[in-house]
Unconditional design. Sequence first.
Length: 306
Amino acid sequence: MKKAVPSGIDEQQLTLLKAPWLLAFRFLGSRIQKLLPRFKGLTGSLQKAALKLSLQSYASLLVMFAGIAAITSFLPIADIVGFAGSPLLLVFLFALGMGAVFGAAVFGILYALPGLLASSRRSRMDRELPFVASHMSILAAGGIPPTRMFKLLGDSVTTPEVASDSNEIVRDVEILGNDIMTALEAERDRSASRPFAEMLEGLVATIRSGGDMKSYLQDATRTIMDLKRIAAKSLIETLGAFAEVYVTLMIVFPLLIIVMFSVMSLIGGGLGGFSVTSMMIFVTYLIIPICGVAVMVMLDQMVGED
């Protein structure tokens, strides 16, 4: 059943609201053309992050959001500063400067976003790779041709990131009409994961030289598994050192602080004009929780997702 469109808004306008990059491209696409060389650094990040946007569309979106942030922050800041009774020129200049700061901040965040998404996607792909390599070696042992192999990988729900890249390879072959080696080379350049790109490069070399794809994939699987074991061993050693830091930071340090404050309360006095009781409350309810959150964030970054 087709959803009702609100009165006064046609379907084309609704599509533009749901996809702001289309709106940005419509109004800024032609104007941003001359600035595209300055955004070329985003091309690789957009591909590796699997963002299905052209450089021109994303650059238009980036400039539009930065401009909106600068304009919408100008009036509230001007009102806030104006209430303080500052001269009109000073209010205008301050609001203009802060608007430019907000616009630059939004610009910087959006510019860095594809790289951050690509980095996150690379981590997920690297975790999927041992299972993918094993799956590919089994398919090759069964005599499955490369195109069919990547089609089966594209249907996998357990390795979604590699499945997405596999579907890109199948698209290049079945829809764009490229041969399998050209499709593999194109995906090698687009892939966020370096180990996966290297495996595709080796697969291309094996196919081109007429080598045994089964033997190559089995060797690649063993190599990836060895690297995974080395990484796991390194992680265990790092966690051991981190445990010592945790004990020092979250157990020994609070105990020393509390003992020190207890002694200070017995002999009287304070610290920096604050009473010992206030300092103990500050450490107990602010410093220790902040340290605990910092430890959890660091541990999450080290271990990653399951």
